[in-house]
Design a protein around this ligand. Structure first.
Ligand code: BG6
Ligand code: MG
Length: 224
């Protein structure tokens, strides 16, 4: 199939609409700290680890805090986030995502979840979608956050597939940069004006077919 062997999926904002809960929780923290945090600011937090997200949030607010204070704030944010997450049901899987993944698996392609989140096991259980993935690499398994390619390279290694045979589905700018740094083909999920560096962009997994991905995937492209 045109050299394509594996599909790597980000979780938050690609498979499930948790991106909105991350935003709500960070905005609540900013409110309490006394500054405004906008959706535009939030784009910078997508795809990056909780610790890095907090650093960016504090930069937006012009605040500098001790490591101890930061650890408390990160734990607080996660508490707010988990209050939303624990109420989630499979209805919150984004439209078309499950069907899309099963289509890939049926075509003999390998699938992996590649996320910065440390809450992925809970989310996969609540949504009952663990069987969709041959491999899961999350924030507990990597030490460097996107845009570093570590999470994607680890997926390729665990799947036993060369990076250039992988396609990445990502809603974050940092995630697209990480995919490119890994030498992988990237499909941006969301707004083409934001995901300018992606090879192709779709509004959601329900808005693109396996055939379109296979056609766009160019094994002749000189990727690392
Ligand atoms: C990414 C999200 O998937 O996971 C980021 O896009 C988030 O916004 C990161 O900060 C870490 O998530 P968690 O669940 O470990 O706080
Ligand atoms: Mg995401």
């Amino acid at each position: 199939m045109s050299g394509l062997e594996a599909c790597l999926f980000d979780l938050d904002g690609v498979i499930v609409d948790t991106a909105k809960y991350h935003f709500i929780a960070w905005r609540q923290l900013a409110d309490e700290l006394g500054f405004v945090f906008t959706e535009r600011d939030n784009e910078r937090l997508k795809g990056v680890s909780r610790q890095r997200s907090l650093d960016i949030l504090l930069e937006v607010g012009g605040l500098s805090l001790s490591e101890d204070a930061k650890a408390k704030l990160a734990a607080k944010k996660n508490g707010i986030y988990l209050d939303y997450i624990r109420k989630m049901t499979p209805d919150e899987i984004l439209p078309g995502a499950q069907e899309f993944l099963w289509e890939f698996k049926a075509a003999g392609l390998k699938t992996a979840l590649a996320t910065a989140s440390k809450n992925s096991a809970l989310i996969l259980d609540l949504l009952k979608i663990r069987p969709l993935f041959d491999v899961v690499v999350d924030g507990n398994k990597v030490s460097r956050t996107k845009p570093d390619p570590e999470v994607f390279l680890k997926c390729a290694e665990e799947l036993g597939v060369e990076p250039k045979r992988c396609v990445v589905f990502e809603d974050a700018e940092a995630g697209i940069e990480a995919a490119l740094a890994a030498g992988m083909f990237s499909v941006g999920i969301g707004d083409p004006a934001i995901l300018k560096k992606a090879h192709i962009v779709a509004p959601g997994l329900g808005g693109i077919s396996l055939e379109e991905v296979v056609l766009a995937f160019d094994p002749g492209k000189d990727r690392a």
